[in-house]
Design a protein around this ligand. Structure first.
Ligand code: ZN
Length: 310
């Protein structure tokens, strides 16, 4: 089974103008480098991103089918306290994701994206869990809180009570007002240490700057996992032996049962199509040795356990 533990839908009104402008600057730059093309920021948004608008996730399912991905964990982003509310507020956005999961029940697993400091957040999450079938939390400390700040504790307590995981952003951010310091894996590691019964997935494995910190946390704590989203870019840009040596190293250090396949679609899939990213693991053009068991765990078996799938 192949599981993508980190992806977003492209739905109108779910992100704010400020974020879109920052993301556009960063992702257009990456797109130009990956494809060796000259495209303006505006054309990237209009011609590359806009056609991806897919309110019900039907195109995502088609993309997953083509790549052989069985399930995707899907969630929005809660940036409202930094940029002001998006046209579709986060409560409605979370419900929108839950509805997409109801439409594709065997394919999507919805998490609830929430800033713990929000008014009404606890009540909303209880409703999302009990009535809408959400299966985990998504947090982005870059919006302005330390992962181990007491303002977050209610989320960790609910995750413990409901026996569901937390996916927490670790790594960089687009050219926009998000705090990098709060997104260092060391801070998420401190939170994970406070709540050893709760499984934490460190999104992006700390990204290219802090992957060692993320892996260090996964080595120390049984409840810390990493997701490989955003690593498509290094895979595409670096000489292949360097990517695979890195993958070998993190498997040797943290164990394949701690490493989860992921995309952070839509943007990274524009640099590296979903099927190519799956094939980076399945087909592996490298002399470096990986066992089938290791790849099996990374592509889905490890996630199955974290997501409490049957
Ligand atoms: Zn993401």
């Amino acid at each position: 089974m192949i599981i993508d533990v980190h992806r977003h839908m492209v739905v109108k009104g779910t992100v704010q103008g400020d974020y879109i402008r920052g993301a556009q600057k960063s992702f257009t730059m990456m797109y130009r480098k990956s494809h060796h093309v000259d495209i303006s920021d505006k054309d990237f948004t209009d011609k590359v991103v806009r056609p991806l608008i897919d309110p019900n996730g039907d195109n995502i399912v088609a993309e997953m089918d083509k790549a052989g991905v069985d399930k995707s964990v899907i969630f929005g982003v809660d940036y409202g306290l930094v940029y002001g509310e998006s046209p579709m507020n986060i409560f409605d956005t979370n419900k929108h994701y839950a509805k997409a999961a109801q439409r594709h029940p065997d394919r999507f697993i919805p998490f609830v994206a929430i800033d713990p400091r929000r008014n009404g957040a606890l009540k909303h999450c209880e409703e999302m869990y009990h009535e809408w079938g959400m299966k985990g939390f998504k947090m982005h400390p870059g919006v302005g809180y330390m992962p181990y700040d007491p303002c977050c504790f209610w989320i960790y307590e609910k995750a413990r009570e409901w026996n569901i995981p937390i996916l927490i952003h670790t790594g960089g951010a687009p050219a926009t007002r998000l705090n990098w310091e709060y997104s260092c894996p060391r801070h998420a590691a401190t939170a994970a240490a406070l709540y050893p019964e709760v499984d934490f997935i460190f999104a992006h494995c700390g990204d290219v700057g802090w992957w060692q910190e993320a892996i260090q946390a996964a080595m120390w704590m049984p409840n810390v996992y990493v997701d490989l989203s955003l690593w498509q870019d290094p895979y595409v840009r670096l000489p292949k032996p360097r990517f695979y040596q890195w993958l070998r190293d993190i498997i040797d250090l943290a164990g394949p049962e701690k490493i989860l396949f992921a995309t952070d679609a839509p943007y990274p899939n524009l640099m590296c199509p979903l099927k190519d990213w799956v094939d980076a693991f399945r087909k592996r053009e490298t002399d470096i040795k990986f066992t089938d068991e290791e790849i099996h765990l990374i592509l889905g078996e490890a996630a199955r356990k974290v997501l409490r799938l049957k």
